[in-house]
Design a protein around this ligand. Structure first.
Ligand code: GLN
Length: 180
């Protein structure tokens, strides 16, 4: 099992550390050539979605990744990664509200239920939430009446950052989805 982590901007290192805890092999995706190797899944981290989106274009990574995602490579996006998977890659049919919690609640942590896992710690940083999901989308977690995690086929998204906690269960959930 080998997972590529998009490493252009934002919190990619924390994803790599979490995957290493699960003894999953990882590599960083920084340029087109990095996509030539074989891998089983992809992570798009949090950060600033506009910045990551711009870098994807400048580095000519966007089309290659779009191709892989369309071909069914399992992909997990957190926060900005969620925004990109929904709005740029059109890989999951959700309506996203960016910076949804306003200034006061820019960052916060809660414990909440995640489908098939149970209670997990969730860290939100200037997070989006999901306003609406299409029929083909499965809701995995709801916090304060807003959807914060969802899945559509091979695409998993969370508005929060599981990689910023010591809890590895959401990453394991992603990996188990690949091997199932
Ligand atoms: N606010 C950021 C955006 O809109 C997302 C924040 C994050 O990834 N932690 O892209």
């Amino acid at each position: 099992m080998r997972i590529g982590v998009l490493a252009l901007q934002g919190g990619f290192v924390e994803h790599i550390i979490t995957l290493q805890k699960l003894e999953i092999e990882t590599f960083e995706i920084r340029k087109k050539q990095d996509l030539k190797q074989k891998f089983d899944g992809l992570i798009i981290p949090g950060g600033e979605s506009t910045v990551i989106g711009k870098l994807l274009d400048e580095l000519e990574l966007f089309e290659h990744l779009q191709d892989l995602i369309n071909k069914g490579v399992p992909t997990f996006g957190t926060c900005a990664g969620l925004i990109l998977l929904a709005n740029r890659f059109k890989a999951i049919n959700i309506k996203v509200k960016r910076n949804a919690y306003g200034r006061q609640l820019g960052s916060f942590a809660v414990n909440a239920e995640f489908k098939d896992i149970g209670q997990i710690p969730m860290v939100f940083i200037r997070a989006p939430y999901i306003e609406k999901v299409g029929n083909e989308v499965e809701t995995l977690s709801v916090v304060d009446e807003h959807i914060v995690a969802a899945r559509q086929n091979h695409i998993l998204v969370t508005a929060f950052h599981p990689e910023l906690t010591s809890d590895t269960r959401v990453h394991r959930f992603f990996i188990e989805g690949i091997t199932a």
